[in-house]
Design a protein around this ligand. Sequence first.
Ligand code: FMN
Length: 381
Amino acid sequence: MRTSLSDEFGLDLSLFAFSYMPDVVAAVCKAGGMGVLGAVRFTPSELKEALDYIEGEIGGRPYGVDIVMPAKTEAVAGMEVGEMHAMLQKMIPQEHRDFVERVLDQYGVPKLPADAETGRDLLSWNDTEARQQVEISLERPDVKLIVNALGPPPKDVVDQAHAAGVKVAALVGRKDHALKQLANGVDIIVAQGTEAGGHSGDVATMVLVPEVVDAVGDHPVLAAGGIGSGRQVAAALSLGAQGVWTGSMWLNTAECGQPDIMYKKFAKATSSDAVRSRAYTGKPARQLRTAWTEAWDDPDNPAPLGMPLQYMLNAEAQDRIRRSGNEELMGTPIGQLVGSFTEVRTVAEVIALMKDEYQRTVTALPRLAPSTDTVRPGDRS
Ligand SMILES: Cc1cc2nc3c(=O)[nH]c(=O)nc-3n(C[C@H](O)[C@H](O)[C@H](O)COP(=O)(O)O)c2cc1C
């Protein structure tokens, strides 16, 4: 599972792993891949803490940070976070707030206790905090990759990373998006098919990866969406990718620290239970089908708001759902891969299985190559 890209980063495996859990990131790095921390849930000071933790675990190995830099930031560029938050809160219609309460009531989800610590409702997918996260990440000598989701990162941010000797990767769901990323100076394209967990487009990995590989010339491409086994890695490399970018598979590991209910729901889910819905963030994102997604996707109910308002509307509800352990409502972004989840394993175990299956797959592949003595007259290839 080595390619010229993994060699460039000094990795044993061309396996790139997105996770918002520092423990998963560290375990992937220790197993020879590149863990990339999803930073959007962290405040700047929480991010520093998480990076300290990872570095304490991985002893100088390279790792990455994934930052969500929204493309259209003119309206709020440079705005102070508190001011931005207040402005956005006022934009949420009462009808939507009432609907959230009705759904929670229907499933008997209690209010939060008065002293409960609540999660953030405006994540770091705003220009101000995303830029702070870039600065924090670039101060770390072992951060070798910055990854951006949701559109091309601003050109000055790419330049800033390059000046620090750090490569920039970006997620795309379409060939034309890949070309826009390259125009902004991005080094590595993550071609993410619709199977993927989280925000996704509508083109499948099998179609998207070769399309993007052919379009981007010498730039390396990582294949993403529906990759979680050695056979899938072999397929991705056969499509011309230089490595794989993975997300969902780590949700079913011990290090991810999911509530037991979630692991049980994963075990029961089929691939068709990972639905693309605007329920979570306002943009189409693949996630586990729940009573919550069904409620938002019902055309008789209020339509989900745009991003970031939908997540702001949702955040406290999600805290309440998790806290109450409500099985019908509890979900997560996840890809179609969930249908193949079996038992919960450690990251190291999962990677060992993947490597083993990859090895067996590529060892068997030469049997498919036509050899001169088996070619019959009339065979054309
Ligand atoms: C729970 C979850 C959260 C995600 N959040 C982000 C994110 O914040 N930024 C990002 O670039 N990608 C995010 N993604 C997408 C992953 O980076 C990755 O592209 C995707 O998981 C790959 O497809 P797979 O889920 O089939 O492995 C998320 C994926 C999941 C499953």
